[in-house]
Each structure stands twice: as structure tokens, then as C-alpha cells.
Design a binder for this molecule. Structure first.
Ligand SMILES: Nc1ncnc2c1ncn2[C@@H]1O[C@H](COP(=O)(O)OP(=O)(O)OP(=O)(O)O)[C@@H](O)[C@H]1O
Ligand SMILES: [Mg+2]
Length: 278
């Protein structure tokens, strides 16, 4: 017996991002080599790896800010383009002058101006959208506060609100925990996890330590020497997998549910000697 032609079974969801054999060369340096991955809607992925591994570059190729030398990237089935409203981005290393004459509300509003090609929302709708996103990140009370005078944790909340205000499907957060204390780190992780659940938002979260993310991330994307491995934490943060990635013997320890990656001394020497992080 055949099913009526009008009845359809829901197939698997379409991939959000498809990265196929991407290589990025910047100057004489091959920053990323032959990277492939598929990211699904609503996934929370932690991106980790040593300095210079290519973490920021990985986000920047999705944004169209860096062009791969080879390979293909599709976001919701379309090629990468700058100003893609499906992406929200918090760049690395932002510090604000204490006297910066901009309020929380104005800062978040900048996230609406970047990618609408000059089509501005009517002011009332714009204000309502900004206030809604400020409330969503627990920063409604910071709407009129001067940005430069806020704490690092408060500024980070506003940066996330700015990335979120265009209603993206994918949030790219480049080291949102940098310079935050342990409590603020926990609050930011909790916030991002809640937002992605409420909004079915996928998140790429660059950070230096995996431990605060254990328990919330679906997968980890570990970068080293321009190579990458992606998968569940239990399949990636392992001595054998990381030794292969680094090309050196690496040991992973687990102590009271926390993971520690121990690199041999040659690693520092290796990076220094080559000048090129392979
Ligand atoms: N425009 C550029 N020209 C040449 N090399 C570049 C350029 N931009 C980045 N690089 C190099 O690419 C490599 C990867 O940089 P990237 O910023 O992606 O690393 P990262 O993993 O984000 O490091 P960090 O943890 O320090 O933020 C570095 O060696 C960097 O020096
Ligand atoms: Mg970086």
C-alpha cells in the first residue's frame, strides 16, 4: 500500500553551514588546511585551540571577511556574503574607552545598521526590537548606561545583544569569556545556552578552556596547526586524537570531571622554530 501523495514524512533538517575542504592562506602562512564540517541548526559548538590556530579566521571566513584560497562554504544553501543577516557576530578583543559617548541602547542598535542595506526600520519598531533584545540578555537596565563605564560582563551582554538584534540563525562569539571572572563566565555561558534554546540558534563559541562549556556544548571543534577535528567532547578531547592533531604526544587528563590537555615542551619550541604554525 502506498501513502497518499499529500502525506510527507519530515526529512532531516537542512544543514545551516557546510564547509568543504577549505584552505586559507594569509601572506605566506597557511592558516587553515582542508577544513570540512557541517553545522546543524540549533547546535552549540565550542571552538578551542592554541593562539594562532585559526579560530578567529574560521569565524571570519563564514562572515566573508577572509576569503578561502580553496574549498567551498554554503550557509543555508547559499554562498558566503558579507552582511549576511543570518549571522550575528561578536568580534574578539573589544575594549571601550571609558568616555565613549554611546549608550547600551545605541550600541545594540548598531547591530541593526550593518546589514540591511540602508533600509532602516521605522524608529518605533527599531526601539521596540532593541529593548526586547536588551531584556532577552538581562540588560534592560543598561539601555541608557554609558557603554565605557560598564563592567566587562555587562559589556559582553550588550555585545551579545548587538549580535542578536538582527535575529540571526547562527551566533559567532569570538572569546566572549576573555577577561571575565569565573562567575561572569558562567553567567554568559548560561545566557548563550538559554538564548540558543529559546531561539533555535546555532552558536560557534571560541574560547580557551573547554571546562566551563562541558555540559552545554553539543560538539567541540579543536584547531591546531591549521588542522581541525570536530565531534562530541568524548571523541575529540582524547590523548590519541589530540596527539594526531598536534603532531606531538599530547596527554589528556580528567580530574573530577574537568579535562586537562598537557602539551610537551617541544610544542612551544616547534611553533617558535617554524615561524609558520603548521
Ligand atoms: N591578515 C593576515 N596576514 C597574515 N597572517 C595573518 C593575518 N591574519 C591572521 N594571520 C595569522 O593567521 C594565524 C591565525 O590567526 P587567528 O587570529 O585566526 O588565530 P586564533 O586561533 O584566533 O588565535 P588567538 O587565540 O590568539 O585569538 C595567526 O598565525 C595569524 O598571525
Ligand atoms: Mg582569535
Amino acid at each position: 500500500m502506498t501513502a497518499p501523495s499529500t502525506q510527507r514524512t519530515a526529512g532531516p533538517p537542512a544543514p545551516l553551514v557546510e564547509i568543504q575542504q577549505v584552505t586559507v592562506q594569509l601572506g605566506t602562512r597557511t592558516v587553515l588546511r582542508d577544513i570540512s564540517a557541517t553545522i546543524w541548526p540549533g547546535e552549540f559548538i565550542g571552538i578551542i585551540g592554541p593562539n594562532g590556530a585559526g579560530k578567529s579566521t574560521l569565524l571570519r571566513i563564514l562572515l566573508g571577511l577572509v576569503r578561502p584560497t580553496a574549498g567551498e562554504i554554503r550557509i543555508l544553501g547559499s554562498p558566503v556574503r558579507r552582511g549576511n543577516p543570518h549571522l550575528g557576530y561578536c568580534p574578539q578583543h573589544r575594549s571601550f574607552d571609558r568616555d565613549l559617548p554611546i549608550t547600551g541602547r545605541e550600541f545594540v542598535g548598531l547591530g541593526l545598521d550593518g546589514h540591511r542595506w540602508g533600509i532602516r526600520l521605522p524608529d518605533a519598531r527599531r526601539d521596540a526590537r532593541i529593548m526586547a533584545v536588551l531584556e532577552a540578555v538581562g540588560a534592560g537596565h543598561l539601555a541608557d548606561a554609558p557603554l565605557g563605564q560598564l563592567s566587562g560582563g555587562e559589556q559582553q551582554r550588550l555585545a551579545i545583544a548587538q549580535a542578536l538584534v538582527g535575529d540571526p540563525s547562527l551566533l559567532l562569539l569570538d572569546e566572549p569569556l576573555a577577561s571575565l571572572d569565573v562567575r561572569s563566565q558562567g553567567e554568559i555561558i548560561e545566557l548563550v545556552d538559554r538564548l540558543r534554546r529559546e531561539r533555535a540558534l546555532a552558536v560557534l563559541f571560541v574560547t580557551h578552556g573547554i571546562n566551563p562549556l562541558l555540559g552545554v556544548i553539543d560538539r567541540v571543534w579543536y584547531l591546531a596547526r591549521g588542522h581541525a577535528v570536530i565531534g562530541p567532547v568524548s571523541e575529540v578531547i582524547r590523548s590519541d586524537v589530540l596527539s594526531q592533531l598536534y603532531g606531538l604526544p599530547v596527554e589528556v587528563f580528567e580530574i573530577q570531571g574537568r579535562l586537562f590537555v598537557s602539551l610537551p615542551d617541544e610544542w612551544a619550541h616547534h611553533q617558535h622554530r617554524d615561524g609558520v604554525r603548521r
